[in-house]
Every structure is written in structure tokens, then in C-alpha cells.
Design a protein around this ligand. Structure first.
Ligand SMILES: Nc1ncnc2c1ncn2[C@@H]1O[C@H](COP(=O)(O)OP(=O)(O)OP(=O)(O)O)[C@@H](O)[C@H]1O
Ligand SMILES: [Mg+2]
Length: 256
């Protein structure tokens, strides 16, 4: 691997996480290459959010370590942006302030951060809602605010916890295509949690299947051949369908 590829890649090394008596992660190791999107697929409660929070530096591992750019992480940093499963918006702040918040923390001046935020608000389809408050938005709209906030900081590592779960199917497909373009055009490390096997196969360079709690990686699948293909033709592609079926069988076998 060249130095350029190692840069900003994330390495999870033998990570354990216990919450009191609850053993969430046991000896989990995984590499997230730069310029690629890795999906985490696994049963509810297996520890996907826990793993993302440990990578983000929001939660300490009980044992093991996470390296970003070769450096161990132990706190949040501007090199990692997080799209939270529960959106995590500031209820007292307008949409534009929420979106611009990461930039505000980085000391970007008001006019610049509002201009960047306005662009991402447009990208996620929320133009006109800049001055609304989170409680005035639907769940899917709130989720889009969280997405715009994470994209606006332009971090080399993007941690996305079920970022499209609350949006309608049409928006979800648009976002999947936007995400594929982002992966293609920007040399970032994308770490993506989803419950949709089809979505994982469509958007990922690699899919890590996680075992039920205490979780670790059971299998890595690389469905990269579907890139650059049109979504409508992919849905009928026999290789795509076989990959979906194979993942489905693996996940089902863990709980049997
Ligand atoms: N703060 C906490 N305190 C105690 N236990 C926790 C805490 N956060 C998570 N857990 C437990 O750790 C396990 C993993 O939770 P986590 O949220 O990481 O799962 P997940 O894979 O993201 O699930 P889902 O797909 O439902 O979002 C669960 O058993 C959960 O109950
Ligand atoms: Mg979760």
C-alpha cells in the first residue's frame, strides 16, 4: 500500500467494548481503506453504532485501538464527521445554524460558514427551511439536516449511521447516487451503517458482516463491480442479486 493510500485510512485493531455486563464488541478488527466506502451490516444491537462512536472518539474502547492516519484516536477531531442515527440536532438552533455548527467549531467566519451551509442545505433538498427549527421538520427532513452538517465540514473520514433510514424511497435512491458520486470524486474514507442489504451492495466497495453481540467481523464481501452502473439495470443484474442473496443467507445463518 502506498503512503497516499494509508493516509486517513481507518484501522480498527482488536477492539473490545463492554457496557457493564453487556459485551457489545469482542476482538473486532477491520480496515477501512481511503477512497472507499465500507458498509457495516449486522443485526440490531450487534454494536454498529458503538463501533462508529469508538472510531469517532466519542466512546472509549474497553480494549484495543483505532488508528486514523496511523495515529491512535481517543477523542473527536476535525478529521472525522458523524451522521448520527438519531440525528443529534440542537433543538434551539435553526437549520442553517445546525448545518453550519461543525464549521463554527472550526472557527470559520459567519458569512463563509453560512454560504457553505446554504450549498449543502440545497444539496439535501431543504432550501426554504434554513430558518426553521428541528421541531418544525419531519423525521426525514431532520435526518437530511444531519447529513448536510456532516458533509459541510469536508472531513476526510465520514461516519454515517443509517443516514438514509428516515427518508422516503425516492429521496433515498437520490442520496445513494449522490453518495456514489461523492465516493468517486472525493478521496475520503466512508464508513456506512445500513440495515438494507440491497443498499449496502449497491453503494459499497466492501461490506463487513457483523455477528450478533458480542460482535466481530464474520465476513467481508467486495461488490465493487456494480459501480458506474445505472440503478435500474443493477436491480436486475444477476451478480447483484446473487450477492444480495449470499449476504442474506450469511446473516440469517448467524441467528439460526
Ligand atoms: N450507553 C450504553 N449503555 C449500556 N449499553 C449500551 C449502551 N449503548 C449501547 N448499549 C448496548 O450495546 C449493544 C450494541 O448497541 P449499538 O447501539 O451499538 O447497536 P447497533 O448495532 O447500532 O443496533 P441498531 O442496529 O439497532 O442501531 C446493545 O446491546 C445495547 O443495548
Ligand atoms: Mg445503531
Amino acid at each position: 500500500m502506498s503512503n497516499d493510500q494509508i493516509e486517513n485510512a481507518v484501522t480498527v485493531k482488536n477492539v473490545y467494548k463492554n457496557y457493564g455486563d453487556v459485551e457489545a464488541l469482542r476482538d473486532l478488527s477491520l480496515e477501512f481503506p481511503k477512497g472507499q466506502l465500507t458498509s457495516l451490516l449486522g443485526p440490531s444491537g450487534c454494536g454498529k453504532t458503538t463501533l462508529l462512536k469508538i472510531i469517532a472518539g466519542l466512546l472509549p474502547a474497553t480494549q484495543g485501538e483505532v488508528l486514523v492516519n496511523g495515529q491512535p484516536v481517543n477523542k473527536p477531531g476535525p478529521d472525522r464527521a458523524f451522521v448520527f442515527q438519531d440525528f443529534a440536532l440542537m433543538p434551539w438552533a435553526s437549520v442553517i445554524r445546525n448545518v453550519a455548527f461543525g464549521l463554527e467549531l472550526r472557527g470559520v467566519n459567519k458569512s463563509e460558514r453560512e454560504s457553505i451551509a446554504t450549498k449543502y442545505i440545497k444539496d439535501v433538498g431543504l432550501t426554504g427551511f434554513e430558518h426553521s427549527f428541528p421541531h418544525e421538520l419531519s423525521g426525514g427532513m431532520r435526518q437530511r439536516v444531519g447529513l448536510a452538517r456532516a458533509l459541510s465540514v469536508d472531513s476526510p473520514v465520514l461516519l454515517m449511521d443509517e443516514p438514509f433510514s428516515a427518508v422516503d424511497e425516492q429521496t433515498r435512491r437520490k442520496f445513494q447516487e449522490d453518495l456514489l458520486n461523492l465516493v468517486k470524486n472525493e478521496n475520503k474514507t466512508f464508513i456506512f451503517v445500513t440495515h438494507s442489504i440491497e443498499e449496502a451492495v449497491y453503494v459499497s466497495d466492501q461490506v463487513a458482516l457483523l455477528l450478533p453481540r458480542p460482535s466481530r467481523v464474520s465476513e467481508i464481501i467486495k461488490p465493487s463491480s456494480f459501480k458506474n452502473k445505472d440503478i435500474n439495470s443493477i436491480r436486475k443484474d444477476s451478480e447483484y442479486l446473487d450477492t444480495v442473496e449470499r449476504i442474506w443467507k450469511s446473516l440469517r445463518s448467524y441467528v439460526e
